[in-house]
Design a protein around this ligand. Structure first.
Ligand SMILES: [Fe+2]
Ligand SMILES: [Fe+2]
Length: 483
């Protein structure tokens, strides 16, 4: 019997799913592998192929010690297929099959639905790597460069995770979908990535940190609800992905936090008390807080769009089927079937934003988004604590959920960040008070100069409180070799 806690390295693809005795899937994955490596080289991090990066690699799925840290060249990273251990006698925790044993094979009636969800999740993983591919060249430190590459290789592994499910459980069309995942490309006109936020640019490091904080957090919520799935292989896959995802949000949240700290400290030192005196703050070579607020507004709202429409039949069907649950489904105290319950959603009614109760099944997306909003607000609170501690009078705020939306109820109107509906003309006049302008972007870009000396940080970002893997401050996280 194979020990599911340990990862087998006897095939080209590290795994804890017994690949060496599953010749059909092993072959399919080995066939897919070269295309993946080509994708990494063409559309993954630009350059740095020869550099030694101090990365963590998953070597076990034991929560107490699943990763090992070492120098590795990124194209040689061991992307593995790792599923969290099987839970004995696990039962479907929600929907119309509540209490039945979980499925180890794809139930025929839900095949299309499952495939769609896996493909959508899978599509986001390589997309973010593509979006971030040019950032290595302007890393504010080797520490940050290493964190970027860590996130990138793990998103690559998440792609592997979804491709494994497609190859193992969906036969020929699974194979085709696996190939499509390498064909679509972030921002492409002919074959864009499937979701809007994943076709946006990530032009600078503040964008990257905001993305990791807000968009990776959407990823976390999606994984959390797929981890509840009655299709056990999907549940186990997502459970392990969530462990890795925590680091991505750490990178995002502490990254923005360090930018904020640097700005506030520079203001204090220069005796600037008015955070809205943007020119004076920019003179100091740091990013003013109002611009940080605009970036927050942008990334937060793009991420809200990823939750889909407030009222959704697809989401209701997936819940009913036992395929996609709610955030922390098993900890919720209700019937887990939502037959007679309702959920309050925000709607537009005759030009006014109102709360309205809808059948809880149709409000599943809204519920997940509400959980997301709570989770994301915690991060913003911690940023505000930094600002307050340094004595600057400004509070960052998450905008109203109707602000700057492309999907759902509020895509039909414009509002202020406070949620006040305004006319198209007012929006045109004022949107650059709330969203980053071209000039804001150019200013941030002007700061993006690489700092490659170990232990040094660019002037617009504070050093982290602690190193990765307890390494000292001047540790050389990336040994750069030209490639
Ligand atoms: Fe991911
Ligand atoms: Fe992520």
């Amino acid at each position: 019997m194979t020990n599911l806690m340990n990862v087998s390295y006897d095939t080209q693809i590290p795994n804890n799913v017994g690949l060496s005795s599953d010749k059909r899937v092993l072959k399919a994955l080995e066939k897919w592998h070269p295309g993946y490596i080509n994708w990494w080289k063409d559309l993954g991090p630009n350059g740095f192929h020869e550099s030694q990066v101090y990365l963590r690699t998953a070597v076990s799925v034991d929560p107490k010690g699943w990763a090992k840290f070492d120098y590795v060249k990124m194209p040689e990273y061991r992307w593995g297929i790792l599923l969290a251990p099987q839970v004995e006698d696990r039962r479907i925790p929600f929907g119309e099959h509540l209490g039945e044993p979980v499925w180890q094979e794809v139930p025929g009636e839900y095949r299309a639905m499952l495939r769609r969800l896996i493909v959508i999740q899978g599509d986001t993983e390589p997309a973010s790597v593509e979006q971030q591919r040019f950032l290595g060249a302007t890393a504010p430190s080797l520490y940050d460069m290493r964190n970027l590459f860590q996130v990138n290789v793990e998103e690559g592994r998440h792609l592997w995770a979804m491709v494994y499910l497609l190859q193992k459980y969906f036969g020929r069309d699974g194979r085709e979908e696996a190939n499509e995942l390498l064909r679509r490309q972030s921002g492409s006109d002919e074959a864009p990535r499937m979701l809007g936020a994943f076709n946006e640019e990530t032009p600078d490091w503040l964008s990257f940190f905001m993305f990791a904080c807000f968009t990776d957090r959407d990823g976390k919520m999606q994984l959390e609800s797929l981890a509840q799935s009655g299709f056990d292989p999907l549940s186990r896959t997502c459970r392990f992905m969530i462990t890795e995802e925590a680091h991505h949000m750490f990178v995002g949240e502490t990254g923005v936090g360090r930018v904020i700290r640097c700005t506030c400290e520079a203001m204090k030192e220069a005796g600037i008390t008015d955070p809205y005196d943007i020119n004076a703050v920019r003179e100091l070579g740091v990013i003013d807080l109002p611009t940080i607020q605009k970036k927050l507004n942008l990334h937060y709202t793009l991420s809200l769009d990823l939750f889909g429409s407030e009222v959704s039949t697809n989401a209701a069907n997936a819940f009913n089927a036992g395929i996609k649950g709610r955030f922390r489904e098993t900890k919720i105290d209700d019937d887990h079937q939502l037959k007679n319950s309702t959920y309050p959603i925000m709607r537009l009614r005759d030009g006014v934003i109102v709360n309205e109760d809808v059948p809880a099944l149709s409000g599943i997306n809204m519920r997940l988004r509400d959980d997301y909003v709570r989770d994301a607000s915690g991060g913003v609170r911690r940023w505000n604590a930094i600002i307050e501690k340094l004595g600057i009078e400004l509070e960052l705020k998450v905008p109203h959920q109707a602000f700057h939306r492309q999907i759902g109820e509020f895509s039909a109107v414009h509002t202020t960040p406070e949620g006040l509906i305004i006319s198209d003309d007012q929006w045109k006049d004022r949107q650059l008070e709330w969203l980053p302008s071209k000039e804001d972007g150019e200013y941030i870009k002007s700061l993006m100069k690489p700092e490659l000396e170990p232990g040094k940080y660019a002037g617009w970002i504070a050093p982290p409180r602690m190193g990765i893997d307890n390494k000292p401050g001047d540790f050389e996280y990336v040994q750069i070799q030209d490639s």
